[in-house]
Structure formats: structure tokens, C-alpha cells
Design a protein. Structure first.
Length: 187
């Protein structure tokens, strides 16, 4: 009896020591971009309906994330501009229907998530990025009746590393600001 109770206690402790799994809530997740348009204005757009999984263990200060961004969910200021963004000139949605982010490390200052390092795959090319955590929190959702974790993240990338070279030779900037919002529901 003592052995069985001891084994059960160890199993419960081990289960509590592992990271929790969270599914990305597509209604509370998006990836938006902004790019300077010849020092005149800023072009913006966003992707919606993101999916993926997050593993998070606040006590151990560890986490991981795998996020899928559907390129055809792109929205911009007009249907014509969106159509051009989806074309082979820019995101080439026909050939590359997904953008992916896979984390390699969650970075902390004390108990606070400060950034997430990872690999961004777009247009068939993968490069490292660091997403700054502008805010991050976990809370007990009164609507979902479970824990939700998420935050707002940002970074700036050189789009030419992923082969998005449209109008660079004409003087348009290579730098694109990304703002990513993720909320994920504990499973």
C-alpha cells in the first residue's frame, strides 16, 4: 500500500512539473506588418486565423511555441492591394501558403518573459528572429474557464533575407516591422 501511494505521489509530482500545453486561439491571434513607403506613408497589413501550440512552464522559466500563419488570411487597405501582396511579387501565396515561427528559447528577466528567440520560415527560407515581448501574461479566463497565456510581441526584419525584394532596387526599404499578438488556451 505504501509503495502504491508513493508511486502515485511521484507520478502526480512529475505531472505537475511538466510544462502545460496551450492551443493558439485563432480569434485572439494575428500577425501585422508595417513598412515605410518611400518616406511618404506606411503600408500595413495583417494575417489572421493563426494556429499552433505553446508549451509554457512559468516555474521553470521555459517555453516553446510553434505558430502557423495562413498567408491567404491577409487583409490590407483594399482588395486590390491585398491581391498584389498575395502575388508572386511579394508573399507568393500560391507557392508558399504558410509562414511559420518555431521558437528556440523563451528569455526571462526574473519571472517575466522578455523575448522569444526562434526561426521564421517564409517563402521557403528560414532565418532566426527575436520577438520582443511588449507584454506577456497568464490569467484565468472567465469565458473559457481555463488558463490563457499570451502577449504582444514585435520585431523588425530585413525582408530580403526571405526573398521579398519587390521595389528594393527602386529605393523602398528592406525593413519591415512585425507586431504579433498571441493568446493560447490551456488544454
Amino acid at each position: 500500500m505504501k509503495k502504491a501511494l508513493f508511486a502515485l505521489t511521484l507520478a502526480a509530482a512529475a505531472a505537475g512539473a511538466t510544462a502545460a500545453t496551450y492551443n493558439v486561439d485563432a480569434h485572439h491571434a494575428n500577425a501585422r506588418f508595417s513598412i515605410d513607403h518611400f518616406n511618404t506613408s506606411t503600408n500595413v497589413g495583417g494575417f489572421y486565423g493563426l494556429t499552433g501550440k505553446v508549451e509554457f512552464d512559468a516555474a521553470k522559466r521555459q517555453g516553446s511555441a510553434k505558430i502557423v500563419i495562413p498567408v491567404n488570411s491577409l487583409q490590407s487597405s483594399s482588395s486590390d492591394f491585398t491581391k498584389h501582396l498575395l502575388s508572386a511579387d511579394l508573399f507568393n501565396a500560391a507557392q508558399f501558403p504558410e509562414i511559420r515561427f518555431e521558437s528556440t528559447k523563451f528569455n526571462f528577466a526574473g519571472k517575466k518573459v522578455t523575448s522569444v528567440d526562434g526561426r521564421l520560415t517564409m517563402m521557403g527560407k528560414t532565418h532566426p528572429v527575436r520577438l520582443k515581448a511588449n507584454k506577456f501574461n497568464c490569467y484565468q479566463s472567465p469565458m473559457k474557464k481555463t488558463e490563457v497565456c499570451g502577449g504582444d510581441f514585435s520585431t523588425t526584419i530585413d525582408r530580403t533575407k526571405w526573398g521579398v525584394n519587390y521595389l528594393v532596387n527602386a529605393g523602398m526599404t528592406k525593413n519591415v516591422k512585425l507586431d504579433i499578438q498571441i493568446e493560447a488556451v490551456k488544454q
